[in-house]
Write a protein that binds this ligand. Sequence first.
Ligand SMILES: *Cc1c(COP(=O)(O)O)cnc(C)c1O
Length: 232
Amino acid sequence: MLKEALEQVQQNIRKACERAGRDPSEVTLIAVSKTKPNEVLQEAYDAGVRVFGENKVQELVGKMDSLPDDIQWHMIGHLQRNKVKYIAGRVALIHSVDSFRLAEEINIQAKKRGIIIPILVEVNIGEESSKFGVRAEDTIELVRQIAELDGVSIKGLMTIAPYVVDSEENRPLFHKIKELAIDIHNENIDNVSMGILSMGMTNDYEVAVEEGATMVRVGTGIFGERSYNISH
Ligand SMILES: *Cc1c(COP(=O)(O)O)cnc(C)c1O
């Protein structure tokens, strides 16, 4: 069942690429496995998934320690500064950097390890008060500040669009993020690339791909509904 759902998502991504005249190899599917037990991740792994996204540090680290070494892990959730040390050097990408203070802590942990940590800047494009992320109009300023930290490398932008029934409602927001990325790219800031756009979830990844997403983060569409227990 998981395998069929996964193949359906992969096919939908290919079709969205076709509609937009894009090469499917430009789009990475991140399987968002939060709340799912290791056996389920292993099933996805056996179906070919090598890129997983998690949103809580403790859960992420536990899964990393139990699952195969060739998995690429992505931190997609809100990150507290005191937890950066547990994932520094262990994740392929931190998607959720929305403050200079957080970037500074990532920089400190990178320097301790003699590495450069790739990050995305999270933009609150829907301007929802319930969401993390920097406002669109403050993004270039934050990117400039973070670019000064040489243990951190900005690779692009991430956004969590509002939950909507009709994914078309989010198209203008995805378009806005793409334009923001182009504006930042055109500033030619040292140490900043805008090659990655992490946007689109189960409800809207096809629209996000049509609007230029290079990473989509799909949980429910692959793994089914999540059941949260009281610890979440
Ligand atoms: C949970 C989560 C997702 C996946 O959500 P689905 O709707 O289940 O696809 C994507 N991105 C982030 C940041 C998440 O926390």
